[in-house]
Write a protein that binds this ligand. Sequence first.
Ligand SMILES: [Zn+2]
Length: 661
Amino acid sequence: MASQQQLSAVKGAKVLMVGAGGIGCELLKTLALSGFQDIHIIDMDTIEVSNLNRQFLFRRSHVGLSKAKVARDAVLRFRPNINITPYHANVKDPDFNVDFFKKFNVVLNGLDNLDARRHVNRLCLAADVPLVESGTTGFLGQVTVHLKGKTECYECQPKPAPKTYPVCTITSTPSKFVHCIVWAKDLLFAKLFGDTTQDNDLNVRSSDAAGSSENSKDVFERRKDEDIEDYGRRIFDHVFGYNIEMALSNEDTWKNRNRPRPIYSKDALPEKSIKQNGSVEKNGSTDDPSSVSAMASLGMRSPQDVWSLMENSKVFLEALKLFFTTREKEIGSLSFDKDDQLAVEFVTAAANIRASSFGIPLHSLFEAKGIAGNIVHAVATTNAVIAGLIVIEAIKVLQNDTKNYRMTYCLEYPTKNMLLMPVEPFEPNKSCYVCSETPLSLEINTYQSKLRDFVEKIVKAKLGMHSPIIMHGSALLYEVGDDLEEDMVANYAANLEKVLSELPSPVTGGTMLTVEDMQQELVCNVNIKHREEFDEEKEPDGMVLVGWSQPSSTEKKEENHRVSDVGTSNSSRPIAELNEDAEISTMEETDVVPTKKRKLSTASKNATSPSSSKVPADTDNHGKVEEIDDDDDDDDVVVMLDGNPDNTKTRRVVTSKNLCV
Ligand SMILES: [Zn+2]
């Protein structure tokens, strides 16, 4: 039961929600039901079919409409007397500046990407408004509280970029192979072999696009008595040819992107070859449908080979044929399984043909299988739990209950019989360039690297600035803006192409550059250190940003403070560095790395004595960091016990990358 004090804090609060997706829908509902009366919500997205299974404020009829606006209308239906102000806009728009943020008592993030999270973090710091940040991946989730000067900011710990893929990237504008895999697996495979009553975005677009020529008939349906070869070619031509042509007709989409190339089966492989290849009899002779293989049928052996477009086209048609001839009973109920050889073959081939269309490098079946098998699905319940925790922390923030702030992790399997793991927030990292004034150091070859390299690889990619100004003393080297004089624009453009040492105000070893983003009100100084050579593999940028790291492990022990990256390979991973094969998700709030049961149960054993849930104070675990041995380095579990196990304030059990979000 809420206290009177809580109720008045909630009633008088003006809150800003950023994101109206999976977490956002839950959060808006929970805020409204908790008595909040003045809620502002920003989301630039429109509703997609694939959102409907968990973003429960939206219905089929809302597809294509603004999430922020529809969410508002849906909640006003059961809480008509509260104020909800929606903004169908990007939180990075200049309108949402520091003055805008200052109007709020607390900001609540339910965002889907690192870039926007960092941006909001900076605005909250500049406006001195508390931020409650959140994220979920499958069963895992977390909520953290960030208060300027009191707790660490969102960027105090370097973090790997999360792997998130907006639906439009998958359906319309893939730029990486993984986007093609997600398309082939979640859209095309599901459409052809899965439950056809389920809407998916491929269905919507294709049937819309095909409306005129096919009289709205589902083009994916096999016609009565249609030859399987003809059916396969028709599907091929529709998804890789016709749909791409339709997409190309929308000129706006391709202004800043490479235009894809439509691929038709007649171009990808000669008429004869598909008739000659493949032998249903050979495959059909086996009793085990899971052993059916298009590769075997086509005499292709190595899963490590990268197939040509023609080979992919053959595998595509052969796999489709084999599904219909040897596994017909399963059609309509199949879902992708990475252990299903034929399914992996089909998805690999389809992804590669699409990749070829979009000018993306092709991959082997072995690689494609690894990527396809790792996708984590969003869990509506996790979003609901996390939204509840956000509101709990928001109420503490509004009551200025600083001592009771908690970062809370939602785990997949119980540890010490707990699924929710509260942790006391960490103090600000003194070397954080975002919330402290600590300068950064950049090792760079000042005689070879251009200003453009510095702007793109460091200022934008690493420091997350969108509209940077770069100064050397009082000399302006670079800035962007709509109100610049033409000659200045030309001047800056010329500077971009110059190597650092040849700039009008030369940048060499020992120079200190000042980099500023006006909108984020963030200034940081970068000390330049000249370095001749870089390791091409380990330092592909040809420059290394240092001085922005968490305390070293020695300091950690002394401070008894942070355990997140001990012993993992991620301790110094620079921000925005993608390792996209590690884990993949198509879902919106991806942040937390999935953790295997084996490891958590091991962690649990270490954390719990057999006879009780308490850890004896004299165990070997006392005051130590325990690392679970593991054969991979992506999702280690680290357990830290500090000798006071009954007190959740001092016990920290975390998965290594949870903290890195
Ligand atoms: Zn910080």
